[in-house]
Design a protein around this ligand. Structure first.
Ligand SMILES: [Zn+2]
Length: 142
């Protein structure tokens, strides 16, 4: 029980400090800042788009890192629930938390740590089945 809880917290808050010595470059190697949201077909793989207007972050958009080509758009606005925090290093490498869990299609569950995609162990499962105490099944029209 506690072990499971710890795993979940680590996953949700992205506090996995184990760093793989991967020599390959991060999946998300750059951030493009835009004042308005681009059309889905303008979004390239491996590029994270931050929609920012007058210094305030609004949205974050990128193609799902699993390769399914679906565009994921997340709110960065604190008055939205849920919302995400995007941090960008001086060299333009993004970190995104908490984790993203797709409720349709590939059901990918991951977070982004300094450009690298960190996959959660329950990726590919429906959130309301893998973690029924935290998630309920979304309504059809979502
Ligand atoms: Zn996907």
């Amino acid at each position: 029980m506690f072990k499971g809880l710890f795993k979940k917290l680590r996953c949700v808050f992205g506090r996995n400090s184990s760093r793989r010595n991967d020599a390959k470059p991060p999946h998300f190697g750059s951030v493009v800042v835009s004042t308005k949201a681009p059309a889905n077909d303008e979004i390239e793989e491996r590029v994270l788009i931050q929609v920012k207007y007058q210094g305030k972050p609004y949205w974050c958009l990128f193609k799902c890192p699993c390769g399914c080509r679906r565009v994921i758009s997340l709110s960065l606005q604190e008055n939205h629930e849920p919302h995400w925090e995007l941090k960008v290093t001086e060299s333009g490498i993004p970190s995104l938390s908490p984790s993203v869990w797709q409720t349709v299609g590939c059901l990918s569950h991951f977070w982004i740590e300094e450009g690298f995609v960190r996959w959660c162990t329950n990726t590919g499962q429906k959130p309301w089945i893998a973690e029924p105490e935290y998630y309920s099944k979304p309504r059809k029209n979502l």
